[in-house]
Design a protein around this ligand. Sequence first.
Ligand SMILES: Nc1nc2c(ncn2[C@@H]2O[C@H](COP(=O)(O)OP(=O)(O)OP(=O)(O)O)[C@@H](O)[C@H]2O)c(=O)[nH]1
Ligand SMILES: [Mg+2]
Length: 390
Amino acid sequence: MVTLALAGKPNCGKSTFYKAATMAHAEVGNYPFTTIDANRGVAYVRTACPCTTLKVLGCTACQDGIRYIPIDLIDVAGLVPDAHTGKGLGNQFLDNIRLADAVIDIIDASGSTDIEGNPIDPGTSDPLEEITMLKTELVMWVYGIIEKHWGKLQRQAQQKSFSMTLGLADILAGLSIRSEQITDAERECNISLKLATSEELLRFTEILITHAKPIIIAGNKADVANQELREKLVSKNIMLTSGEAEFALRSATAAGLITYHAGDTTFSIPHPDALSAPQKGALVKIEQFMQEISGTGVQQALNHVVYDVLNYIVLYPVEDEHKFCDGQGRVLPDAFLMKQGTTPRDLAYRVHTDIGNGFLYAVDAKKNMRIKEQSELKNGDIIKIVSTAK
Ligand SMILES: Nc1nc2c(ncn2[C@@H]2O[C@H](COP(=O)(O)OP(=O)(O)OP(=O)(O)O)[C@@H](O)[C@H]2O)c(=O)[nH]1
Ligand SMILES: [Mg+2]
């Protein structure tokens, strides 16, 4: 499953964002290090369900034509400068980033907490400093791991047959860093790893991180950020979010007070009379904020990372290409997130190893056409796999 980690300095709103995105419990508090052990839960990316445009009836896998596909979300403990040397909660938080495909760096857009997460006057800290801090800590953490093994790797590299890329890949496998990413970073740095100086190795690590753990920034607490800070972040293409507003909306939806689908730019109130005055007041404020930034930003941030940064597409395998359903008549029962470039055979393997092994051909159900084994599938494709395996 696609895994994203929420990281950043203490008290910037990671757990609130996590709670909003997963609706799972997490401690929240206005002081540093509320979270000690990482929280892990299921969040979703949103897409339009093809049942609407195809006008197939009976789809129960979506909500009003909106499909939510699960991803893993990890809410990591806060990190402070020099965490890689053990400051704050130390390396433990970095450990939770190991499994992540990408990191959402939550920053405090309202500038109301210092770099260690202590509350200060709103607007008095610079959120951009937090970005540099997280990058530095990540790089120094990975660099530290490489450095620890460097002497041994260099000794092994005396043998002609030894591949430094594979040697490093072995060491970094636990961080979900793959050998292609090491090769790409080496090429981009224009260095030979076997001969690298420590300066070159540091530069290589920086580039490796951009390949292996892309970092996307979310300017959180945007609902209480002043205009100047908002504009500063937007001018740097940073997405604005409010985990708190999203959590309020999802809670109000669960309580039946509003109609809202995560990721909508607005919501409606079916029975205004059922709301108390404070509830109404809170919702009016949220509505105004949503108008200013086109939603709460939470769903938008998750979608952006998965679709635009990690390049995933959504594929729908079916057994009946005419009725778009499985053997039991369930319409579009599965929606899989797969990397751009996925072929019908890759999809067959994702459905089941036996289906992949017995792959014969695939049919594009929307066009009712057989497609080539090597063709690249497109976002939203509905595919019937024909296989010798049942
Ligand atoms: N206004 C506003 N407040 C928020 C938002 N997100 C979080 N907060 C508040 O900020 C404080 C910290 O929130 P947490 O979610 O605990 O922050 P954290 O980053 O998980 O903190 P640590 O676990 O200590 O690292 C709490 O008082 C939250 O209510 C937001 O989007 N808007
Ligand atoms: Mg927390």
